[in-house]
Design a protein around this ligand. Structure first.
Ligand code: HEC
Ligand SMILES: [Cu+2]
Length: 350
């Protein structure tokens, strides 16, 4: 009934729509739920009966003393709950092992969690250009989960899938979606100020659509200008959570007119925002801190190819009046354009 009341919105008292074969998870969940419902109801009803039956009445004194020890009763209320808990443990542990061991034939994708965004890397090192996890339908997909900073949790309710993403570890899980569609991804572990916007999507596609997606992912620079690729990275790889491109300060400095400006550093120095400074700021943000800003940018060390770094820089140049050079190469699609930047060398340890 409550469910019907809530049906107008997406909210439901029951598990959300499932896009995988989730019978084992769902049966266990509802089994535990009904055990709880039945025993809660039983206890509440008996409580009400006893409250009424043994209520205070004028002239009646406490003549029956309370019951003494009863071995039969003790055994009953020990053995029955123990059996129930053992059954729950059996099915729970079985499901846990099933979810944690990737079948050998699975197609493996790396999931990268960082404050506050998800990234996906396909075999061969290609990233998802639109920031969504694309997968083919009816195919076993193995996920290797890695974190750059704190503990996150990769949570896809429609796949009944939830796995912690722990720094320094490679956690694994897998799924096989059997319904084409787009499904929500959440972070299930509180991970800082913008935890609640650490959202993403899984797009389950036909095999043909997935192949088309991979062609795009592999040939991004043959179909887009460096400036366009840079803008895509800005929007899909989390930069937009902290950097505006129109002037306002979010968490970090705006990129508007940043390239080519003089950046005041926290230690009082001033450095020009050139290729080297920008590249170092992306790969090792803590090396030089922009004065007045907190040192909270997660390092993207090794996350971008030299060509992707170049594209980010072209995008920054295109939105800065402080860049006086020629923007033409940034607006030219050329699959063989040399990369505009090299990855920064690691700064010397302090
Ligand atoms: C969690 C917030 C956050 C995210 C996400 C983030 N940054 Fe930053 N970024 C900052 C802050 C804060 C600073 C200033 C402090 C510093 O210098 O480290 C900064 C500084 C920079 C700078 C130096 C600019 C200047 O004015 O000094 C560059 C370049 C930069 N970020 C690029 C990026 C790119 C590219 C991405 C995405 C791939 C990104 N950032 C994602 C917070 C973030
Ligand atoms: Cu998180």
């Amino acid at each position: 009934m409550l469910n019907a009341l809530l049906a107008s919105s997406d909210a439901s008292l029951w598990l959300p729509h499932s896009a995988v074969d989730s019978a084992h998870v769902d049966h266990l969940f509802y089994g535990v739920l009904w055990v709880n419902v039945i025993f809660s109801a039983l206890i509440l009803v008996m409580l009400a009966i006893f409250v009424f039956k043994y209520r205070h009445r004028a002239g009646v004194t406490g003549h029956d003393s309370s019951a003494g020890h009863s071995t039969a009763l003790e055994l009953t209320w020990t053995i029955i709950p123990t059996l129930i808990v053992l059954v729950i443990f059996y099915y729970g542990f079985k499901g846990y092992l099933h979810a944690g061991v990737i079948p050998p034939t699975a197609y493996e994708v790396t999931v990268n969690g960082r404050t506050w965004q998800w990234g996906y890397k396909y075999p061969g090192g290609y990233s998802s250009p639109d920031g969504m996890l694309h997968v083919p339908v009816n195919t076993k997909i193995g996920l290797v989960l890695e974190s750059e900073d704190v503990i996150h949790d990769f949570y896809v309710p429609a796949f009944r899938m939830k796995k912690d993403v722990v720094p320094g570890r490679y956690n694994r899980t897998w799924f096989e979606a059997n319904e084409i569609g787009t499904y929500d991804v959440y972070c299930g572990m509180y991970c800082g100020a913008q935890h609640s916007v650490m959202l993403s999507k899984v797009k389950v596609e036909s095999k043909e659509d997935f192949d088309k997606f991979m062609v795009i992912a592999k040939n991004l620079f043959k179909t887009h200008t460096p400036i366009e690729v840079g803008e895509m990275i800005y929007k899909t790889r989390g930069c937009a959570n902290c950097h505006s491109v129109t002037g306002p300060i979010i968490t970090g400095p705006t990129w508007q007119n940043m390239y080519g400006s003089e950046v005041p550093l926290a230690d009082g120095r001033k450095v020009p925002a050139d290729d080297a400074y920008v590249t170092e700021s992306i790969e090792y943000p803590a090396a030089k801190i922009h004065a007045g800003f907190p040192n909270v940018m997660p390092p993207f060390t090794g996350q971008f190819t030299p060509r992707e770094l170049g594209a980010i820089i072209w995008y920054m140049k295109s939105i800065s009046t402080n860049f006086k050079g020629d923007l033409t190469p940034g607006k030219t699609i050329d699959g063989d354009l040399p990369p505009a930047a090299k990855p920064a060398a690691a700064p010397a340890a302090p």
